[in-house]
Design a protein. Structure first.
Length: 166
């Protein structure tokens, strides 16, 4: 089975993480193998806590990981311009993910949900392959959901869109 991909994009504090968290919880409860790939688009390296694997990474290792109790924490030096497709392959082949949520990477062409904070974010509606809109205020647009009010409707729409009606 091919891995299904849904992007969730929007500016900072637009509800992306909250939507993905709710979707992951619902999909996982149905036995669907879900993965998330988040773009850290705020400059600098992502924050990580100080453990031995981080110390190895900071010392110059190309890749450093720690595994235990069924979990893997991985740090790697990457060329982001070439890596997104490799990350997607890793999720699909190594972890056997059925649905991958990509938070960010706005200009990729995968199907996407756009999160809008207010009318200042309407420029995002020019992005490619928008399938739904999640906004803080009701909008009169097709497949538009109001954050906090229509979350269950959005999740049900997404299950139908991805053909996961289990």
């Amino acid at each position: 089975m091919a891995m299904l991909i849904m992007q969730v994009v929007g500016y900072q504090n637009s509800g992306k993480t909250t939507i993905i968290e709710k979707c992951v919880k619902e999909f996982a409860s149905l036995g669907i193998k879900v993965g998330v790939l988040k773009h850290h688009g705020h400059g600098g390296t992502p924050d990580v806590y100080q453990k031995d694997s981080v110390r190895h990474f900071q010392a110059g290792a190309k890749v450093s990981a720690v595994a235990g109790e069924g979990a893997l924490l991985l740090h790697a030096r990457i060329d982001e311009s070439k890596s997104i497709m490799k990350f997607i392959e890793l999720y699909q082949h190594f972890f056997e993910i059925e649905v991958l949520f990509i938070e960010g990477y706005k200009n990729l062409s995968y199907p996407k949900i756009v999160c809008l904070r207010d009318e200042n974010d309407l420029d995002l509606l020019k992005l490619p392959n928008i399938q739904a809109i999640a906004s803080r205020k009701p909008m009169k647009k097709k497949r538009s959901f109001t954050l906090g009010q229509d979350d269950d409707l959005l999740i049900n729409w997404l299950k139908n869109y991805l053909h996961f009606n289990r």
